[in-house]
Design a protein. Structure first.
Length: 269
């Protein structure tokens, strides 16, 4: 039986540079930096296995510095990746080293090289993403290995057929996120948007837009105290992949039992 190996790559959204360039990376100047944030660097960007109780004997972590390019949504694959981003931190964060907010008409491109151990040759190799917000397409060595939609769940592609080698292998990820189009300050995911809206309306929460189908999901907006614009968002899933919890089976009513009349006892004299 062939073993399965995993290459782990964590991301929130997504030319690997040589180690001699890692010292050039710096976090962006964010408004708040904790003492833990000061300890983050390209060599210790969440290096641990994501689920320690299920760690595999053979795995590789792809967190670290990736090449980055921001292009128009419909543009072809870029020829150059002029910026660096520290994965797994999202592009909007200071720890990514970028701290930019791409628009819905832009696509983000990530690239890095990786090399697998020789003993992995002939094994099944899986590429795992913790999450990519919102729509992702992945290529390995120029071969498309899959697409995924949804920014809250992890996904895995079998990249064995892309023939990764002990030498340099190119990993390319494109990400497009239309859910942050500048219409809101905060976005909340919900399973049942109609039920959530009905509940909030019963509490006299005023909505600024009806529930709209945007293709990638259904959204609506309301304004919270302080003028904060809030978006409620229910992603679109294909049949059979809904996040909604299944309803528990209805309980069967047990047949009514006739009450037994206590038997009269004859008193002894």
């Amino acid at each position: 039986m062939r073993r399965t190996l995993i290459i782990i790559s964590f991301s929130i959204c997504f030319v690997f540079t040589a180690r001699c360039q890692e010292h050039k990376w710096q976090p962006a100047a964010g408004p708040l930096k904790t003492r833990w944030a000061r300890e983050v660097s390209p060599v210790n960007a969440l290096p641990e296995y994501p689920r320690p109780q299920m760690v595999r004997n053979e795995w590789m972590n792809l967190n670290g510095l990736w090449g980055l390019a921001i292009a128009n949504r419909d543009a072809a694959k870029p020829d150059s990746f002029p910026e660096q981003i520290l994965v797994p931190f999202p592009i909007e964060s200071a720890l990514s080293g970028v701290m930019k907010i791409p628009g819905e008409d832009q696509r983000i491109w990530y690239r890095r090289n990786f090399s697998i151990p020789k003993k992995w040759i002939g094994e099944r190799i899986l590429l795992h993403f913790g999450a990519v917000d919102f729509e992702a397409t992945v290529w390995v060595n120029g071969k498309k290995v899959g697409d995924h939609r949804g920014g809250y769940d992890g996904f895995t592609f079998d990249i064995t057929d892309a023939k990764p080698l002990p030498g340099p292998n190119e990993l390319l990820v494109s990400a497009w996120d239309p859910t942050d189009a500048g219409t809101h300050d905060v976005s909340f995911y919900c399973d049942d948007i109609e039920g959530t809206v009905a509940d909030l309306r019963s509490r006299n929460v005023p909505f600024t837009s009806p529930i709209e189908d945007r293709g990638y999901g259904r959204v609506t907006h309301f304004t919270a105290p302080g003028g904060i614009r809030i978006q409620l968002y229910q992603p679109r899933y294909t049949k059979g992949t809904s996040r909604s919890r299944p309803k528990p089976p209805a309980k069967r009513a047990s047949p009514a039992r006739k009450a037994k009349r206590p038997a009269a006892r004859k008193r002894r004299r």
